[in-house]
Design a protein around this ligand. Sequence first.
Ligand SMILES: *[C@@H]1O[C@H](CO)[C@@H](O)[C@H](O)[C@H]1NC(C)=O
Ligand SMILES: *[C@@H]1O[C@H](CO)[C@@H](O)[C@H](O)[C@H]1NC(C)=O
Ligand SMILES: *[C@@H]1O[C@H](CO)[C@@H](O)[C@H](O)[C@H]1NC(C)=O
Length: 425
Amino acid sequence: MDSISELPNALLLNILSFLPARDVVATMVLSKRWQLLWKIVPKLIYDDDSSGSFPRFVDRSLLLHEAPVIETLHFKLSQNSGADIGVWIITALKRCVRKLIIKTDWCFNSTAPVILPRSLYTGCSMLVKLKIKKVVLVDFTSPISFPSLKKLSLKYMKYPSDDLVQRLLSSCPVLKSLVVKRCPNDNVTIFTIKVPSLKSLVLNKTVAEFEDIGIAAGFVIDAPSLERLDILDNYGGGFCVIENEMPNIVEADVDVAYIHLGNILSSITSVKRLSLCLSTSEDAYAVGSVFHRLVHLQIGTCYTEWLNLLMCLLRDSPKLQSLELTQGHEALDDEPRPCWNEPSSVPECLLSSLKTLKCLETLEWIEYEGAEEEKKVIAFILRNAKCLKKATISTDSTDPNKKLEMLKALSLLPRRSPTCQLAFD
Ligand SMILES: *[C@@H]1O[C@H](CO)[C@@H](O)[C@H](O)[C@H]1NC(C)=O
Ligand SMILES: *[C@@H]1O[C@H](CO)[C@@H](O)[C@H](O)[C@H]1NC(C)=O
Ligand SMILES: *[C@@H]1O[C@H](CO)[C@@H](O)[C@H](O)[C@H]1NC(C)=O
């Protein structure tokens, strides 16, 4: 302990910031110096150990804690400890908390959820980061205000109404990053995100972990400054409507099982990196759209529609330089295999044009199975891609004869690019 005691306060505070509050407070018995030190630790992590003394411990330690600003306040609550969260949040807001994290292990069917107090909606002038998980938000009719909030994460929440969601997000004038993870019974039909300042948006609505699928529920997005969009929604009744173009978008990952794609792809034609796994390719984007900046494309091959989608995007992405095909999630057993149709013309991205001087350089295929249409796709690309440098094909097959056959078939394919290397594994 002696050598530790020689360290400067700033360093000790930094070390204490990584410990649970119980351990931090326990250091007060070490010496006079430590008696004061714990009271100015900028980060407090309250991890409910399900002991009856937890609420009292939080009350007392928050009361005695003296730092003028709490940098981070982190609650990991169990169902029983949620009753006092209102008081703790009020205390935290008075201490200008910058980063607030509240998570519970609440199950949605339980009777005693953790309900956040209304004071959260207005008292947080200094709050920069808010992460909440498995808690309930209540209705609030007065104006909501999060003037400094830059990062918000809402996971497995229950909401009082569609309207509160929209008002909450519209009350964050400097919000840059939003993560939303929805569950089917969250009491929201249309989750509206109108945030002009937003740069990064992650929407995740997977139903694999929930058996009970509710009514159709979707997203409406109006975020014209967005640079990164991630949508994962494998619920067929879902939808996503984008209300404004997103000209600054750089990267997008769209993995949805929607029956209609709506205008998702038409709104992100400025992307440079695009990853897609879609159950439909019909009217995937407006006719005439050009992905004029797209350089890296990844397509998931788990739905039948992948091939049609690939050929459309090859046709409409003149600057494409790298293409990756990968199974994405689990292969769906009952999906029919797609049919190959030879395109009537060679896509511009396979030939270098005077305009771009570049063309497709790398092709990577993960979990190649050697099926007829897969061979046709590779043959077409190798036969036409003028600047292809490397084609990397890997298979999951462990049968050495089958692998040898695949390799033979691939190496016999004519290659237009004289410098193209083929790697098979
Ligand atoms: C809630 O659901 C879980 C998983 O479905 C189940 O194990 C648990 O018993 C349920 N609890 C109540 C209170 O119904
Ligand atoms: C669900 O939302 C509706 C309004 O959209 C509201 O009237 C109702 O009280 C909400 N239910 C719960 C459990 O919050
Ligand atoms: C979405 O949630 C699923 C299930 O919890 C998780 O596996 C996946 O990584 C998440 N995806 C994103 C983009 O957050």
